[in-house]
Design a binder for this molecule. Structure first.
Ligand code: GAR
Length: 208
């Protein structure tokens, strides 16, 4: 059974979907802890499923590194096999990426490498593209630059607002995230091939 920590910042709708999927006794992974960098609405889902929560407020630390170390200390108590960034809107410091990678994945509401960063949906709309997408990646030291594990296109429709488009992307993200976690749990995806420390170039095909 793969044990999973999920890190969020806000609504937690993808977290909710993962909690629902992993609550099925036939699913090969369990969420063991949910963490956040602030008081997040998504904690309510964790509590509803009886999953412990950890809040390490980013704003109360002098440096990103100190915040990350504290977050890691609290999450590592639960010895998760995999850490999922599901709407965590803070960059993890290099030390934490190095400690958790490659068992550290991120969901993103765009077809990476297109539109990385905190405003993937807004940026796609502003660029006037006809389709964007959703991606699940292994985290490396860059901003949404790690190896892509799963992705799918989502059309941009006439009249789309950032909210409407994001709400159409999220169900795709959820499906990709759940299938990716399942594949990691069953061994269909082997994360050990990705040597994605914070200072690596995130390539799975580099010579040793
Ligand atoms: C998701 O779309 C996630 O991919 C995105 O935030 C949303 C969180 O929604 N993350 C990023 O943009 C990170 N670059 P949720 O809190 O309802 O699951």
């Amino acid at each position: 059974m793969l044990t999973v920590a999920v890190l969020i910042s806000g609504t937690g709708s993808n977290l909710r979907a993962l909690l629902e999927a992993t609550a099925d006794p036939g699913f090969p992974a369990r969420v063991v802890v949910v963490g956040a960098d602030q008081q997040a609405d998504g904690f309510a889902y964790a509590e509803a499923f009886g999953i412990p929560t950890v809040m390490v407020p980013f704003r109360e630390f002098e440096t990103r590194a100190e915040w990350g170390d504290e977050l890691r200390r609290h999450i590592d108590v639960w010895t998760p096999d995999l850490v999922v960034l599901s709407g965590l809107m803070r960059l993890l410091p290099d030390g934490v990426v190095d400690a958790w990678a490659p068992a550290l994945i991120n969901t993103h509401p765009a077809f990476l490498p297109e539109f990385p960063g905190a405003h993937g949906v807004r940026d796609a709309l502003a660029a006037g593209v006809r389709e964007t997408g959703a991606s699940v990646i292994v985290v490396d030291g860059g901003i949404d630059t790690g190896p892509i594990l799963a992705q799918e296109r989502v059309p941009v429709l006439p009249g789309d607002t950032e909210h409407l488009l994001h709400e159409r992307i999220k169900p795709v993200e959820r499906r990709l995230l759940i299938e990716t976690v399942r594949s990691i749990a069953t061994g269909a995806i082997d994360l050990s091939v990705y040597r994605t420390g914070a200072r690596s170039d995130a390539s799975a095909s580099d010579p040793l």
